[in-house]
Design a protein around this ligand. Sequence first.
Ligand code: ZN
Length: 172
Amino acid sequence: MEGDDKPSPQICTVVAIDHTNFSYRVCSVCEKTLPDNASATAATSSSSFSLCKYCNFNNAFNHGPSTSKRLFRILMSIASDTKVFVVVMFDRAARVLFGCSADEFFDFAKLHPFSAETAAKVLEGEMLRVTLSKPKNGNAQHQRVVSVVPLRSGFRPAIETLRELYGVRSVS
Ligand SMILES: [Zn+2]
């Protein structure tokens, strides 16, 4: 047997997706997490909102101010053949299920209320082949989704279903 701590894929079904907190903001240059509440630092600066202190300090004279972008971070309950458990899914895996970037989804959701709830509902019940990484220390709350492969032959990413539901033509 080769390395039994190597994560192995397993078949799971999506039970529920936490739609209340889909994404978080990071610096678009260094990808450090930024405070999500734009008003937190607004008092100190009129135009910029919680920009990356690190990059702005280093790049202020070279590249102008850094910007922010969103990445997915999604909590999801999945059921294996033996148990139901909660995993955390980060940007790369979440894009497979959503079919767009977190920024695109966020912008779409701003124009179309209940997008997040609907996306969560759309993805419930999907069968997935997921590879999970075991928490490396006792502090990690949840196993992390390393990769995800939808198994249903007619699977469509959530954003495609949403565009159809809301009557938005895809611009790609
Ligand atoms: Zn930065």
